[in-house]
Write a protein that binds this ligand. Structure first.
Ligand code: ADP
Ligand code: NA
Length: 330
């Protein structure tokens, strides 16, 4: 029997992924690609809902794809493609735009947050209809499962509503997908502000560990991570958020339990923990960095991989779009 389909996307909004992306998304996806027919999309059409520098956008799109491959997404197993290479995304999005209520779209909380940050007058209509393009992304591949963070739950709900609405008005066309909210996934916090999640949108990069940073930069950031005055190495998210974050990262990257790390570091200082962690992070990221650099140094090879994936994606997506158009009388 065919494997169930998963779809997930990431914006090319930074030159390097960070440790939170690596642990919270990438390492999960490399595991999921074994059991699912996986589509991983670099969503550059989503990225232009806020202003972008064209050269930088093009470079980041390639760098994002390269890092995913470098971290273990296998282009032979998964379809890793660039959204703008598949015209059906924009075409189906238009159709779904015509079926979304204005009030329904207005209830999307992420738009409220993002437009407030942009200033309501400078927010684009594209930012407003962002979730509808996301629905098109998902529905084009007859996706069964959408692995996302809690913040995307509302968008997947909208996708389900739109699929069901289309099917009931025009006949069965789309699979109605399920969200798989990644709860078990460790959440990684900022090294300087360990109660906020590590994010590329943080005000400074002092607490952000980037996959492509050189080892000495990452080590410096880890050595300067915020801890506390209590000087004991134990996991306590409430009382010791900084130390707990370091232990979480250590534990996830080495696949060792928090208990075994607490035992190993008993009676030792934070300096030891940080030095050990810097080594673990370097062991994890060094091969990813090297492979990313190789891929970016050989543009023809990366283009070939992305073109092959776009061709596969186009085949499925244009078939789905054709049934939708036919159902609509277009
Ligand atoms: P950012 O917050 O840096 O903008 P994104 O929202 O682009 O990150 O997230 C891309 C993926 O990485 C999502 O699947 C998200 O759940 C995951 N992710 C982002 N930050 C973290 C974090 N600090 N801990 C765990 N997972 C994260
Ligand atoms: Na984000």
């Amino acid at each position: 029997p065919a494997k169930p389909v998963i779809f997930s996307g990431m914006q090319p909004s930074s030159d390097s992924l960070h440790l939170g992306n690596y642990i919270g998304a990438l390492s999960q996806w490399t595991q999921m690609q074994e059991d699912f027919d996986a589509y991983f999309c670099v969503v550059n059409l989503h990225a232009i809902t806020v202003p972008q520098d064209p050269k930088e956008l093009a470079a980041r799109t390639r760098a994002t794809a390269a890092q995913y491959i470098a971290a273990g997404i296998d282009p032979a197993k998964s379809t890793l493609f660039v959204q703008s290479h598949v015209p059906a995304h924009a075409e189906l999005a238009w159709v779904l735009n015509t079926m979304t209520g204005f009030g329904e779209a207005s209830r999307m909380t992420q738009f409220k947050d993002k437009s407030q940050r942009a200033g309501t007058d400078s927010a684009s209509v594209g930012l407003f209809t962002y979730p509808i393009l996301m629905a098109a992304d998902i529905l084009l591949y007859q996706t069964n499962v959408v692995p996302v963070g809690e913040d995307q739950r509302q968008h997947v709900e909208l996708t389900r509503d739109l699929a069901a609405r289309f099917n009931s008005r025009f006949g069965d066309t789309f699979v109605v997908p399920e969200a798989q909210i990644q709860k078990g996934t460790a959440k990684i916090y900022d090294l300087q502000d360990p109660t906020s999640k590590m994010s590329k949108s943080a005000e400074t990069e002092a607490g952000l560990i980037k996959v492509l940073d050189p080892a000495n930069v990452t080590k410096k950031k880890i050595m300067r991570a915020v801890t506390d005055d209590d000087a004991s190495i134990r996991f306590d998210r409430e009382a010791k958020p900084g130390v707990s974050n370091l232990l979480t990262i250590y534990s996830v990257l080495t696949e060792r339990s928090l208990e075994s790390l607490e035992t190993e570091f008993e009676g030792r200082g934070y300096g030891d923990l940080k030095k050990g962690l810097a080594e673990v992070v370097e062991e994890t990221f060094a091969p990813v960095r090297t492979r990313t650099e190789e891929l970016l140094a050989d543009p023809a090879e990366l283009d070939r991989i992305l073109a092959g994936a776009a061709e596969r994606a186009n085949e499925v997506a244009s078939r789905t779009l054709a049934s939708a158009y036919e159902a609509l009388g277009l």
